[in-house]
Structures are given as C-alpha cells and as structure tokens.
Design a protein around this ligand. Structure first.
Ligand code: B12
Length: 245
C-alpha cells in the first residue's frame, strides 16, 4: 500500500467508526506540493501575511488536506428551515474534535515511517480584527485540487461545500493532486445561481463576489450563545451543498 493509500484508509476508518459517523459522508483527502508557486502568492491574493508550509515545518514537502463532507442527516435537519439547527451545532463541535484527532493520527502514522508533520486546528486560529487566519485550510484545499472557491467563499468539492476541513504539513513526499479545470460553483459556471447570497441571513454575502466578514462574524457571535447554537450554515445550503458542478 502506498503512503497516500494508508492515510486515506486511516481517515475513512476514523469517520466510519466515529460515534457520530451518521453525520459524515466519505472524506476527501488531497495533497499539495509545499513547493507549489501558489504558496508564494497567497499573501497578495488574500491580502494578509500567510504562513508558508516550510515556515510551519522546515523541510516540508507536502500539505495533506482532509475535507469531511456532512451527510443528508445534517443537511435535512437544516433544510427544516431552522436558522440554528441543533444537529449542525452538534456536528460542528464533534467535527472540530474529529479533525484534530485525524491530524494527530496522521502525524503518528507519518512518524512511524520516520516523517515529521505539523498542523493547525480546524478553527479559532484567526485574527479577530481582520477575520483572517495566517494558515487558511481553504487555500490549501484549492492548491491541493480538492475544490474551488464558490460565490459563498466556501470550498466546493466534488462532494459539495457542506462540511469542514483541516490540513497537515509533512516532510514526506506524496504526489500532488491535479487542480480541476473549471469551478465547481454554479454561479461561476453559468452566472445564474445566487442561492448562497439569497440565503444569507446577515446580508454579508454579495453577488459581486464579496463578503463582509465582520457582518457575518457579528451575526455568528450574536447567535452562538450556547454550544448547541454553533455556526450558521445558510450559505452552504444551495445546490452545491452536497455536490460540486
Ligand atoms: C476567519 C474564518 C471565518 C470568518 C471569515 C470568513 C472568510 N470568508 O474568510 C467568519 C467568522 C466570518 C467565518 C464564517 C464562516 N465560516 Co469560517 N473560518 C475562518 C478561518 C478560521 C480562516 C479563514 C480565512 O483565513 N479566510 C481568508 C481567506 C482564505 O478566505 P477568503 O477571503 O474567503 O478567500 C478569498 C480570497 O482570499 C481568495 N483566496 C483565498 N485563498 C486562495 C488561494 C488560491 C490559490 C486562490 C487562487 C484564491 C484564494 O479567494 C477567496 C474568494 O474570493 C477558517 C479556518 C482556517 N484556519 O482556515 C474557517 C473556515 C473557512 N470556516 C468555515 C465555515 C464552515 C464557516 C461558516 C459556514 C460558519 C460555520 N462554521 O457554520 C461561515 C461561512 C462564511 C463564508 N461564507 O465565508 C470552514 C469552511 C469550509 C468550506 N467548505 O470551505 C473553515 C475552513 C473551517 C473548517 N475547518 O472547516 N469564518
């Protein structure tokens, strides 16, 4: 078995054997080269200094990206029309913990073969003034080719955008993924779909492709007063929720 197959087997088994496995579909795992020239352009693209993989881990060769797509159970619960779904909130809490575990176990697998690794948590690692992280999992997902940015500013994968992700830097070499030739977002393909913009309860998302991050965060902050009210998935509930185009 190759190293990538071993990693994928480990990640799939962790999702399948998790106590809340009903929340998940099959994980997507992708690989970016730490030498990809896009990493040198991220400061400019994002407008905020970004950590280069080799600053995270000297000698870095690969960035492993894991996207955990949510199941119909999570999707249907939100489709009931509740702005805050207890299932989504529960999934949010468990998924952050599971992604941390996945990064740790992947690190252990790599260490057993003599490789080093480093990772950042799935969230809460951002500057609260700029609302931007210096290690963006979404950028890694794009560079690894597992998804593209949608009008909703989320990563849309072939299994949709409804889910969460993490990324791990290692000095092991794994063949990088190929980036898709076109966007998985219906709006960027046809100019017609604006479901995410229409769904946004705070007015933060605009059809010109911009997002008012402070407005979005203020809405989240005002709402997340209990653990069972985490997140707002409304921009992830369009036709791209469960599949990419
Ligand atoms: C800060 C943050 C927020 C802020 C700001 C959101 C934002 N859009 O940046 C607030 C609090 C508002 C927020 C809200 C939400 N968040 Co949030 N958040 C983060 C965090 C911590 C950092 C994101 C960041 O730095 N963004 C800055 C840049 C990267 O994003 P951007 O400005 O949208 O990027 C644009 C450009 O810079 C450019 N770009 C950026 N990188 C690259 C790379 C290349 C190669 C190219 C060409 C272009 C490009 O294209 C983008 C589109 O124009 C990440 C976790 C992490 N550390 O990565 C989670 C994360 C992005 N959030 C996530 C989610 C799910 C949400 C919410 C749905 C809330 C929820 N959990 O229910 C909403 C959705 C808001 C939205 N539509 O964007 C997920 C996204 C999953 C996905 N499918 O993409 C992440 C990855 C968490 C996770 N571990 O899964 N979030």
């Amino acid at each position: 078995m190759t190293l990538s197959q071993e990693i994928e087997k480990l990640i799939s088994a962790m999702a399948e054997n998790h106590a809340k496995s009903r929340y998940y579909r099959r994980p997507i795992v992708g690989y970016a080269s730490a030498e990809d020239p896009l990493y040198d352009q991220l400061d400019k693209i994002i407008g905020n200094p970004q950590i280069h993989p080799r600053d995270m881990l000297p000698g870095a060769r690969t960035v492993i990206v894991i996207f955990l797509p949510y199941s119909e159970i999570v999707y249907n619960d939100m489709k009931n029309g509740l702005l805050t779904s207890s299932v989504y909130s529960d999934a949010y809490m468990h998924t952050n913990a599971l992604l941390d575990d996945m990064a740790a176990k992947t690190g252990e697998l790599l260490a057993s073969k003599g490789y080093r690794s480093a990772s950042e948590p799935p969230t809460e690692n951002f500057n609260h003034v700029t609302k931007t992280a210096s290690w963006g999992h979404k950028s890694n997902a794009v560079i690894a080719g597992i998804g593209t940015f949608g009008l909703n500013h989320l990563i849309i994968t072939r299994s949709g955008c409804l889910g969460r992700m993490t990324s791990i830097v290692t000095d092991a070499y794994i063949e990088p993924g190929k980036r898709p030739e076109r966007s998985y977002c219906l709006f960027y393909q046809t100019g017609k779909c604006r479901k995410c913009v229409d769904n946004c309860p705070s007015g933060a998302l605009c059809s010109d492709g911009t997002i008012d991050k402070r407005r979005c965060d203020a809405y989240l902050e005002g709402k997340n007063i209990h653990d069972w009210q985490q997140g707002c998935p409304q921009c992830a509930l369009g036709p791209c929720a469960m599949r990419g185009f």
